[in-house]
Design a protein around this ligand. Structure first.
Ligand SMILES: *Cc1c(COP(=O)(O)O)cnc(C)c1O
Length: 404
């Protein structure tokens, strides 16, 4: 994705061409970006030789899951819906792990029937439920236990998951108790210790601390875990300022951590695989002068892209066509929804804008479409993929009639 003279291109297609053809708002993804992200990830962690399970909640589109599956990745799912869709998209059950604090009886039963790689349990009650179902089927079920390592991920508060006040995982004390319980169960096979301390992590320190805690806890259990599932959480460069997480260092820490262990590492990356692969193309409906700033009213809104409203996330906004005319106004990019949090960004030093101009909201490939809703009875927008110089419709724009 880049400018070629004045025009912003997604692979070989001009944004204004795509907007004309498919209407706006429009999610557009680049296959090449996804492939590059996966290749880079594999290369950096080559020495660790991990199992990579894509976190489906980041982007559950069938086409994306299918392509990611073709590139050898498994899936991390957090509901029966995601599990069914991952399987339907061609991802083999023996490459799927199931996370989440509230898996229901039916969800667990389905996962057991499908013989997935691991159910990562997050409480004693859940483990007892899994055991009950396993007993009914007279089989031994592979499980992991998710530890809450009480590690500050130093990320946005709302997407931090590994501190003691968070609902995820179990405390060290309970982890040790449950380990004993599972080892002695006739119907459970303890296979994995799992953690996931949060998302959009850009510092290496939290991961280093997390590994230290894991080491300590594993020593106390004196158990040989076949798998250590380190979760996801790798941050991406939303600001475009090259402040990236030092993944090479992370790989080195993991190698060190693995010394003297026979465990296989599992990763559950979501954002780092698809985040920068997608953009949201939007058209300016109106420009309106406010008291102090100018409101750029887009046809995309918080129902299409929830992250800014949900946790103040910032996405870069750039013009689809550069006009090289500087504006000295302050622009606030907002959507048409009746909520004051329906705004994407406030920017000065943008180029001069006119009604009907197109803008590109960047890096929306993860937690963009997957968090979208029908709020204000707005239909879900279309998604397209550019692959090998061809356009593929990944999901159609929702029909207004169906909504009404
Ligand atoms: C959301 C989630 C992930 C993916 O996190 P990213 O920050 O997108 O990499 C991985 N594992 C679990 C358990 C999750 O809940």
């Amino acid at each position: 994705m880049k400018y070629k003279s004045k025009n912003y291109l997604i692979e070989n297609f001009k944004v204004n061409f795509l907007a004309e053809k498919f209407k706006t708002p429009l999610y557009c993804y680049s296959y090449k970006k996804i492939r590059d992200n996966i290749e880079t990830f594999k290369k950096i962690f080559k020495s660790v030789n991990p199992i990579i399970c894509f976190a489906v909640k980041a982007n559950p589109n069938r086409k994306i899951l299918n392509e990611i599956g073709n590139m050898g990745l498994g899936a991390d799912v957090v509901s029966i819906g995601e599990l069914m869709k991952a399987i339907k998209s061609g991802i083999r059950p023996n490459k799927i792990v199931f996370s989440g604090v509230g898996k229901t009886y039916d969800e667990i039963k389905y996962a057991i029937q499908k013989k997935i790689l691991l159910i990562n349990a997050e409480s004693k009650s859940e483990i007892i439920t899994i055991e009950k179902i396993a007993k009914n089927y007279k089989i031994k079920v592979n499980i992991g236990i998710r530890l809450n390592p009480n590690t500050d991920a130093k990320t946005i508060k709302q997407i931090s998951t590994g501190k003691k006040e968070n609902k995820f995982g179990v405390s060290e004390k309970i982890f040790l108790n449950l380990t004993n319980y599972v080892i002695n169960s006739k119907y459970l096979n303890l296979k994995c210790l799992s953690v996931h301390i949060g998302s959009q992590i850009l510092e290496i320190k939290p991961f280093e601390k997390m590994l230290k805690t894991l080491d300590k806890v594993i020593n106390k259990t004196k158990f040989n875990f076949e798998y250590i599932d380190l979760g996801g959480g790798i941050g991406i460069d939303y600001e475009n300022n090259n402040k990236n997480l030092d993944l090479k260092k992370y790989a080195i820490y993991i190698k060190k951590f693995l010394k003297g262990k026979k465990s296989k590492i599992i990763f559950e990356p979501g954002r780092s695989i698809v985040g920068n692969s997608g953009v949201l193309i939007s058209k300016i409906i109106y420009i309106k002068e406010g008291y102090k700033k100018n409101f750029i009213i887009l046809d995309a809104a918080m129902n299409d892209l929830m992250r800014p409203a949900l946790y103040n996330a910032r996405h870069r906004i750039i013009p689809a066509v550069k006009n090289n005319l500087k504006s000295n106004k302050v622009y606030e990019f907002v959507g048409p929804i009746c909520e004051s949090t329906d705004k994407f960004s406030t920017l000065s030093k943008f180029q001069k804008l006119n009604e009907k101009d197109l803008v590109v909201i960047c890096d929306v490939g993860a937690y963009g479409m997957s968090l979208s809703s029908n709020y204000n009875l707005r239909p879900k927008v279309a998604e397209i993929l550019i692959k090998n110089s061809k356009m593929h419709i990944m999901s159609k724009r929702q029909n207004l009639k169906d909504l009404i």
